[in-house]
Ligand binder design. Sequence first.
Ligand code: NAP
Length: 253
Amino acid sequence: MTARLSGKVGFVTGASRGIGEAIARRFAEEGARVVLAARDRAACERHAEELRSSGAEVMAASCDVTDRGSIALAIATAVSRWGRLDVLVNNAGLGGPTPLDDPDDARWDAIVATNLTAVFRVTREASPFLPEGGRVINLSSVLGRFGVPGFSAYCASKHGVIGLTRALALELAPRKITVNAICPGWVETEMAREGFRRIAGEEKGRELAGRMAPLGRVLDPGEIAGLAAYLASDDAPSMTGQAIVIDGGQVMP
Ligand code: NAP
């Protein structure tokens, strides 16, 4: 693996498992110093220990992205260690249905707070520490590109992430900071497994989910990490304001 991200500092939210963990690992493998942030600090610390044992410079930070104080503390901890943040990955996310016949607002509020409002708040907190040439990478979804019945909060939040990405790309362009969204289809993680179980039980659900895309398979988190590493690298200084679909061909804009 080349050290494409050597010298860069990455901050990845939702790095305790799934896509965020894969991105943090890839960044470390490509030479970046990485902060793994999530509520489950112990899981982040386990990944960090493993990465350190292969020579990477990484740290774990406790961070609840729905809590302004927690965001501020995690960013401050990272900055006090490494002085700046070159690449911010807003990956933390919450899935699940919000059907119209559910009278409780709690699920809607939690999904929008985690998937959309937090992307703004974490970026605002990190912004003073993003240098010229910095990168912001936001996890949207193919559900930011089309609707799914019963998943209004998730779809609205992921469509919102694309709008937020475009506005932030313009706001940060004078500082030569790029802002992009990644829109994955089904990716094999705990969030997706919950979805598979909801569709038809885990195994059958995975098979049906894979068949939703022409290439016919559920993606590996490492594929998303590869795209994130590209966006973070010096190979991508001019890509900004984009919502990049990586889904096996289901969405062709
Ligand atoms: P996952 O396996 O459920 O992991 C979600 C991550 O988000 C965990 O690390 C979790 O950590 C973190 N998180 C949730 N709430 C948080 C909070 N309040 N504060 C801090 N961290 C929080 O999900 P995933 O599939 O890896 O999803 C990652 C991102 O990709 C999400 O934005 C998701 O919407 C998006 N995505 C996933 C798929 C897919 O098929 N898997 C497809 C399209 C888009 P803690 O619980 O430790 O805090």
